[in-house]
Structure formats: C-alpha cells, structure tokens
Design a protein around this ligand. Structure first.
Ligand code: DP6
Length: 324
C-alpha cells in the first residue's frame, strides 16, 4: 500500500529566515535557529494511487488549493520514479486562518508522509532538504528540539540539524494569538521584497556574528542574553519588512500593546522576551518556572484572544493512525 501518515510540529525562529539567495530552491541568504513547538502540530496522510485522476488536498476537512502542493509532489514523484496522483488529508491542531504560520509543520509532515508513501527512505538530512523545497522554514521542523538551518549555497548544502534535543532547556514558548483584521502578506512575498531592500545587506553582514552569539547563550542557557538577541533580531526582521517598497507592517495595535507589556514586566524583574513572525501574533520566551505567572499576566489583556503554551518538541515522525 502506498500510504503513510506523519506528524510534524511547527517551529518558531529565534534567528529569522528572511530573504533568499535562490527563489526556486529556497536557499536562504542567512542561516537561522529555531525550536519546535509541542502544542502546534500538523498530521498528514498521503496515499498515492493509480485510481486517482488528480492530486487532492484537504486541510481540517476543507478542500484547499493544490498548486504549491502538486509542484512539491512532482519532486517526490521524480525522486521515486512514480507517475501517479495522490490524495492528501491534513489536520492542524491550531488556528490556521488566523495567520499563525502553518507552512512549516505542513510541509515537514508532507515531506515525511509523501516520501514514505512513495517508497523512499530518506535520511534526516535529505528530509530537511525536501521539506525546505516546500517551504524554507519547514526544514527546521524535521530534526528534534533546538535546530539550526545551515544556509549553504546549493540544494545539497542547505539543510537543518538538531543543536540540542527537546529536553535540553526547560523553557516555554507561549503563543499569544491576537485578532487579525486584514489579510497578511504571505512570507514568500515579504521575502521577495526584502531582497530589494538596501538595509538587508547590513543585516546579512552582521548575521554570522549574531548566530555565534545566540548559540553561545543557548549553550550557557542564559535566558537574558539569549532573550535580548532574540528580541532585537525580531525587531530587525520587521524593520526590514517595514522599510521594504511598498512597506509591510505585520504588527497591529495588539502586537505593540503586548511588546510594551513584555518590556514593563522585564523592568519589574521577570525574564520574559518576545519574538514575532510574519503576522501580528506574539511568542513569549520564558523559563518554565515563570510560565504560569507570565501566562496569568497576558490572560488579562483584551488584545489576547487565545494562548497556546508550548514546550520544546521533537521533530517529524511517522504516525500510526491514518486520517482516511
Ligand atoms: C518570518 O518558510 O514561510 O516565519 O520559504 O517562502 O515558504 P517560504 O517562507 P517561510 O518563511 C518564514 C519566515 C518567518 C521567519 C522564520 O520562520 O525563520
């Protein structure tokens, strides 16, 4: 039977991927570092069958656009020398429409499910490369725990590795979901604009040293230096978006209210830091021992519509129960 199911967790980047050296192969201009999120995952079943007339894809019970997925499946078909169509059924356990980036867990789960269903046995490195071709950040959802994506300069040299397992550091990444009124600019488009931004050059020049610094504070598990770098990095990525032409502002007033609250809590002595992807939602970094207190503080804000508490998680794995 050419059928397999995989589960992948979403990841949040401490050092962001923002700008590509190669659009088609999704090779980034800089390396990035992330952690997998325990309570945000995608489960995907893929079946290849000669009785299917076309590829189909449903997410949380709803038929979705197949274009980007079919292009991805063509790569799997080419690798495995098969020429038949696939049915794909996916479930996210976290909000998708709200704009919480789901492509990372989506393409990581699809990579393992589709390659397994097609009879391929890829190594972890090969799987990160395949996932990267679907969506860049997806390669970081394949290995366990804390992950580095080495930028490389070719298809074979741009891949992700685990730096530490999920048990390494007792932190929580708390997702604060705010309401998003306008439709977000997809990250692929935002990144295309970034490449034309003259400020991006300066960011890229300083990147190696930034990555060394954050890796050394991760090694020391120093929440203060780690958090400071993570936070200034997120502001820098958003500064690139804001100074692109036309400007892209992912934040809304709720985002800013949360940022100010984080700074105010820090002034009062609580070590809490934020990071933000291509949308208005905010992730907080806290040590587990401070998690409940911090959660309580943000629960009280009108701006916060939903809270998801995440621990560091393992990467992508095969799953027993098929979705169809
Ligand atoms: C802001 O991985 O969604 O989340 O490769 O074009 O699919 P594509 O981009 P994508 O970009 C993610 C951007 C980010 C930062 C990050 O996750 O590193």
């Amino acid at each position: 039977m050419m059928k397999a199911t995989a589960r992948a967790h979403s990841n949040i980047a401490f050092i962001k991927y923002w700008g590509k050296q190669n659009e088609e192969l999704r090779i980034p201009l800089n390396g990035s570092i992330s952690v997998n999120l325990s309570n945000q995952h995608t489960t995907t079943t893929v079946e290849f069958s000669s009785s299917l007339e076309r590829d189909t894809f449903s997410l949380n019970g709803k038929d979705e656009d197949i274009k980007r997925i079919s292009i991805f499946l063509d790569r799997v078909r080419k690798l495995s020398h098969i020429d038949i169509k696939a049915r794909i059924v996916s479930e996210n356990n976290f909000p998708t429409a709200g704009g919480l980036a789901s492509s990372a867990s989506g393409f990581a789960a699809l990579s393992l499910a589709a390659s397994t269903a097609a009879g391929l046995k890829l190594s972890e490195k090969e799987l990160t490369i395949l996932a990267r071709l679907g969506s860049g950040s997806a390669c970081r959802s394949v290995p366990h725990g804390f992950v580095e994506w080495k930028k490389g300069n070719s298809n074979e040299t741009s891949y992700a590795v685990s730096l530490y397992p999920e048990t390494y550091w007792d932190i929580h990444m708390i997702a604060l979901i705010v309401s998003a009124k306008k439709k977000e600019i997809p990250s692929t488009l935002g990144q295309q604009k970034a490449v034309q931004n003259p400020f991006l050059q300066t960011r890229i020049e300083r990147m190696n040293s930034k990555i060394q610094h954050i890796k050394s504070s991760l090694f020391k598990k120093n929440i203060h230096t780690f958090g400071e770098i993570m936070e200034s990095e997120t502001i820098e990525m958003h500064a690139i978006a804001m100074t692109s032409t036309p400007p892209i502002l992912y934040w809304n007033s709720s985002t800013v209210a949360i940022m100010e609250k984080v700074w105010s809590l820090r002034r009062k002595g609580t070590p809490v830091y934020f990071t933000i992807d291509a949308g208005p939602h905010v992730y907080l970094l806290v040590e587990k021992k401070n998690s409940l207190t911090v959660e309580h503080e943000f629960k009280q804000m009108n701006e916060v519509k939903k809270i998801i508490i995440n621990s560091p998680s393992k990467g992508t794995y095969l799953f027993d129960a098929h979705l169809f």
